[in-house]
Design a protein around this ligand. Structure first.
Ligand code: C5J
Length: 224
């Protein structure tokens, strides 16, 4: 039974279930005092997708879907952060500077941790990524190949930056991708909506979009 989705129903693979990919649900973006706030964004906007992702993670764990979490994170010496990225914008605090939750966007700092509600459990994969896309300079592709995963369900933040970039990277690598509409958020609602439209335009040029309710219903019927 396929998932009710746009632009047309999303067929689930019969044997190896899709992976649930949770992009960058870290305090840096979602809580006050982090990198997202330092760029002048209203971080409260992103909190709407936290309970939706929590529900999807619970379903994925119960049905045995792999759950893969990512964090946008740089090494403490910033050797993986190009100055073109660090110096961009007119922000109060830059990547690597000390903020209220530790150094911004630095691996291991309190602000770089995934929010409490969505914490990975032992056995789940957590990938620190230095770029917007989760395939760039990470082992993600090998991890998916080792598990014969062909289909990916995307959630996380922000829709038009790290989520969309990763979904496009996944497309070029041959993965079949669906974005959960209420499981992703942006600081800019108009960018979120534009991204959903871009993904599904032209017969699903980047993939499919569905609500979490439809995704959960489809997963329960396929793997429950
Ligand atoms: C941003 C992200 N917005 N996770 N990162 O810089 O989307």
């Amino acid at each position: 039974m396929p998932i009710k989705a746009k632009p047309y129903p999303f067929a689930l693979p019969p044997t190896q279930p899709p992976a649930l990919i949770v992009i960058d649900m870290q305090r840096d973006f979602v809580e006050p005092g982090g990198f997202g706030a330092s760029l002048g964004n209203d971080v409260a906007r992103l909190q709407a997708c936290v309970p939706v992702i929590a529900k999807l993670i619970a379903v994925a764990r119960r049905l045995g879907l792999p759950v893969i979490h990512t964090r946008e994170a740089h090494r403490p010496d910033l050797s993986d952060c190009p100055s073109a990225k660090r110096l961009r914008g007119d922000c109060r605090l830059r990547i690597g500077d000390a903020g209220p939750m530790g150094r911004l966007l630095i691996d291991g700092e309190p602000g770089n941790a995934i929010v409490d509600e969505l914490k990975p459990i032992p056995g789940e994969i957590e990938i620190a990524k230095p770029g917007k896309g989760a395939f760039y300079a990470t082992p993600l592709q090998e991890i998916l190949q080792q598990r014969d995963i062909t289909h990916l369900l995307f959630t996380g933040v922000t829709t038009e930056v790290c989520v969309q970039t990763t979904m496009r990277e996944a497309n070029d690598r041959g993965y079949t991708c669906l974005l959960v509409a209420d499981g992703t958020e942006s600081y800019f609602p108009e960018f979120k909506h534009a991204t959903l439209d871009m993904i599904t335009a032209q017969g699903g040029i980047v993939g499919w979009v569905a609500d979490s309710e439809a995704v959960i219903d489809g997963l329960e019927k396929a793997y429950g």
